[in-house]
Design a protein around this ligand. Structure first.
Ligand code: ZN
Length: 391
């Protein structure tokens, strides 16, 4: 694609994204956004009617309220196993990513293969060899579930030679540093991961464990940029559509290189799926309540444990409320109990956290058992322990 052909949409999307980022209420802005989307020349003629029929135009921020329904409409032509990776693939096709690496079961590959063949790129498939260090960032039960079925990795690139080259970097003698760079990840993030991501025997429990790179990034962050947010990649929205604009662990939540890369991907997204991009920005800007599993027993190991508090606002010290239910990140299992679904309020109460769901039911989890979570407010850039400095 020539620079000329992308120039106009890019400039216009920037102004659109600024409206979204400036916190414009989507219900008021949506008709205008739809007009803007159309004026960009995107083919979305059926969308306004479609959204209206689903009631998505009513109320406040209703796009983020029903992402699953919206995703199933917008990404109907893409096989379900590829919907989460649709933006990574799109970025490759748009020439802003050198290569792409997907992980799926052999069964999912069968459902996706014709679609993959239809794309203007080449790919190489490798079977995943099961070893005791595989998925070592997860609980032993989860590792078993993931390896119970045959799994493959698919490496996509514009040329067959490039796809083979990337696949080779993860073959018998893997070079994860070179692999990260070949996939176009920022050097700072590849270096941070290479330094920390070494599987080791957890001495207390005698099983392999891999560093939690999400917790490491949170700890290293003094600020947060929503384009570095990949927490929804493992959430109850998985498979709905692209819910992250990056495919790597950022070195920090404010990594400038990652944010720039994420921005380019957002522009790709806006050209392909303008309405989804508005939704995606809202999802990525939802404050994240995040627990590190560092001191949890193995059965709870999960590097994506938390809640994305959609549309939530801080109404007092250590209290956040929303009209939309939070999305669950990771397995929702913590040593203090299961994080409830449909949470609309979280609050520190004594030495614990209270969750309230949409029907008014409440559950308390003690910090002594699950630790004090972080709150990541992508709108203000704040990253801190939830209600207080103590941990
Ligand atoms: Zn970085």
């Amino acid at each position: 694609m020539s620079a000329k052909s992308v120039k106009r949409p890019r400039r216009q999307f920037l102004s659109n994204s600024l409206k979204v980022l400036a916190g414009v209420t989507v219900s008021a802005a949506l008709p205008r956004e739809l007009v803007d989307a159309k004026s960009l020349g995107f083919s979305a003629p059926r969308l306004p009617g479609l959204l209206e029929r689903q009631g998505l135009l009513k109320g406040r921020s209703m796009l983020a309220a029903r992402p699953a329904e919206l995703g199933s409409q917008l990404f109907a032509a893409i096989p379900r196993p590829l919907r989460s990776s649709a933006l990574q693939i799109q970025s490759l096709l748009d020439g802003i990513k050198p290569a792409c690496r997907l992980s799926m079961t052999a069964e999912e590959l069968r459902a996706s293969i014709s679609y993959l063949k239809s794309l203007d790129c080449r790919f190489v498939i490798e079977q995943v060899v099961v070893s005791e260090t595989l998925y070592a960032q997860l609980s032993p039960r989860r590792r078993q579930q993931l390896t119970a079925k045959a799994r493959v990795r698919v490496y996509l690139a514009k040329s067959a030679a490039d796809a083979r080259r990337v696949a080779k970097l993860e073959s018998a003698d893997p070079d994860y540093y070179a692999l990260g760079l070949a996939l176009g990840y920022p050097v700072c993030c590849v270096e941070a991961a290479a330094k920390q991501d070494l599987p080791h025997i957890d001495e207390e429990h005698g099983i392999f464990r891999q560093a939690n790179l999400n917790a490491a990034a949170v700890r290293a962050s003094s600020t947060a940029d929503f384009r570095c947010n990949q927490f929804l990649a493992e959430s109850d929205l998985e498979g709905v559509g692209p819910v992250s604009v990056i495919a790597h662990y950022p070195c920090t939540l404010g990594c400038r290189e990652t944010a720039a890369m994420g921005h380019a991907a957002l522009e790709s997204s806006a050209r392909a799926w303008p309405i989804w991009t508005i939704t995606l920005c809202e999802l990525l800007r939802a404050p994240v309540l995040y627990w590190s599993d560092d001191s949890w027993p193995p059965e709870y190991w999960d590097e994506y444990s938390g809640l994305a508090l959609l549309e939530a606002r801080e109404v007092g010290p250590g209290e956040w409320r929303s009209i939309l239910p939070a999305r669950l990140l990771g397995s929702a299992l913590t040593p203090a109990g299961t994080v409830p679904s449909f949470v609309v309020r979280v609050k520190t109460v004594g030495d614990g956290i209270l969750f309230e769901n949409a029907t008014g039911d409440t559950v308390n989890h003690s910090f002594e058992q699950c630790g004090r979570p972080w709150i990541i407010d992508w709108r203000s850039g704040r990253v801190e322990k939830f209600a207080g400095k103590s941990s």
